[in-house]
Design a protein around this ligand. Structure first.
Ligand code: PLP
Length: 446
């Protein structure tokens, strides 16, 4: 049996990555093991930074237009947990999309905040859409709610109207937190949208490792203004993250922000290569490119009688590992570290797929509605109440109609099909069974 490192070595040798992390294995080649030390004499401390880390955080804050920035070594997850906990306590209302990443629901379980869910619609292609105007309406309908939490962009690259949401939230005395985990590159070139801090959000979480030259697990949380209690936020960041942050992360970030990210020519070159690749894909006859707000995401739509999974496999067989696929689309993630050769490899392979896919093929594809994904269920109690209730594992054949005491989530994109406190639907139970789950935790003392 191969060891993990051997499997990874083989993957790295055989594939070009159109997936996370954004460094694309082409960056920060320093002998990394030597950097694996944590805070010691002469080095700055992540949780009370006043030396090199403070300088780096100030530089990052300036680049994004933020008042303060804090580096995260436990991913965007740490920023989402800390921000929600710092803004909302037990019983406080928070407006959020039910299509949020699992970390936001875990934040509710920890803080005791009461969600006012906005249920996003499922697009014809099978991804969750932005709730749009309904966020503004919900803010006006809930004068007592303390905070609004949105995701922009979504995993597939669709943005919310952050500017209008921030305006309405502030006029109504609420803080706006934005999960910008997939938009850390926003604002770095004019082909990308502006970042949420510049659009008026109070707290923004950027997942550096997703789209930037940064190592897995690294992210940054920005504070936009004095409405935010930064001391309280810092308390939760200390509570949630490791007390031994590795300098591997910190020195790689310092390098990225002082080199590639400080020199606009890298992003100009990337924007040109990306626009050229998008133009070539748009010329194909059978494969199409879905327009997204974030052009870095290549949402590839195969012809109707082929699935996204088949397109994924076609690319995989040609040495291209893309981020993910679904029945109706396949998603490739690009970054400033992609090479001209990488883009050409992808566009050539897509041209070959376009040629070889036959429109005459008879082939039954799974329909989006059969996927059972995201048929959200009724909320019976808050996540905190469900976690605090008595619960037990029951056979998967007996879960329909019971109140969930756990999440069921599939990656990507990490949006739970059921969260603690929701009644488990037949569709959800079927999907769980399909995923090989034989027992699931439900509330027993309702
Ligand atoms: C929209 C969104 N938010 C937050 C996260 C959490 O990010 P991280 O894995 O860096 O903790 C993810 C991860 O996939 C995500 O897709």
């Amino acid at each position: 049996m191969k060891m993990i490192y051997q499997k990874i070595d083989a993957h790295v040798k055989d594939f070009y990555p159109f997936h996370m992390p954004g460094h694309k294995r082409r960056f920060f080649s320093t002998d990394i093991i030597n950097h694996d030390i944590t805070e010691m004499a002469g080095l700055d401390d992540l949780f009370s930074a006043n030396g090199d880390i403070a300088r780096l955080q100030n530089r990052i804050a300036r680049m994004y237009g933020a008042r303060h920035a804090r580096i995260l070594v436990n991913g965007s997850t740490a920023g989402i947990l800390a921000s929600i906990n710092s803004c909302c306590g037990e019983g406080d209302e928070i407006i959020m999309s039910r299509g949020s990443h699992i970390s936001a629901f875990n934040a509710l379980a920890l803080s005791g905040a009461k969600p006012v869910y906005i249920y996003p619609t499922l697009s014809a292609l099978g991804y969750l859409e932005q709730p749009g105007q309904r966020v503004l309406d919900t803010i006006l309908q809930h004068p007592n709610c303390k905070c609004v939490y949105i995701t922009s962009p979504t995993y597939e690259g669709f943005c919310a109207d952050v500017y209008s949401i921030a305006n309405i939230a502030h006029k109504n005395g609420k803080l706006l937190i934005v999960d910008e985990a997939h938009g850390a590159h926003f604002g770095f070139d004019k082909i990308f949208p502006l970042n949420a801090i510049r659009l008026g959000a109070d707290i923004v979480i950027d997942g550096l490792h997703k789209t930037m030259p940064a190592l897995g697990q690294t992210a940054v949380i920005h504070v936009g203004n004095d409405n935010v209690d930064t001391d309280r936020l810092d308390f939760f960041l200390r509570a949630i993250q490791t007390s031994s942050p590795s300098y591997i992360f910190l020195s790689a970030l310092d390098y990225a922000f002082s080199t590639i990210l400080a020199d606009s020519t890298y992003f100009e070159r990337y924007a040109a290569l990306l626009s050229q690749a998008r133009g070539q894909i748009q010329l194909l006859n059978k494969i199409s490119l879905l327009e997204t707000d974030d052009p870095s995401k290549l949402m590839l739509i195969p012809p109707v009688n082929y699935s996204g999974d088949e397109l994924y496999k076609f690319l995989w067989d040609r040495g291209l590992a893309i981020e993910m696929s679904r029945p109706c689309y396949a998603l490739a993630m690009t970054s400033v570290c992609d090479t001209r050769e990488g883009f050409e490899w992808l566009t050539d392979a897509l041209a070959k797929a376009d040629e070889s896919f036959s429109l005459m093929r008879q082939h039954e594809l799974p329909s989006v509605s059969n996927m059972a994904d995201y048929e959200f269920s009724e909320q019976m109690m808050t996540p905190r109440e469900a976690i605090a209730s008595k619960s037990a594992y029951v056979d998967i054949n007996d879960v329909v109609g019971r109140v969930s005491a756990d999440h069921f989530v599939q990656y990507p994109p990490g949006i739970p099909l059921v969260v603690p406190g929701e009644r488990i639907s037949e569709n959800c139970a079927r999907t769980m069974k399909g995923a090989g789950i034989s027992r699931f935790r439900v509330v027993t003392d309702q």
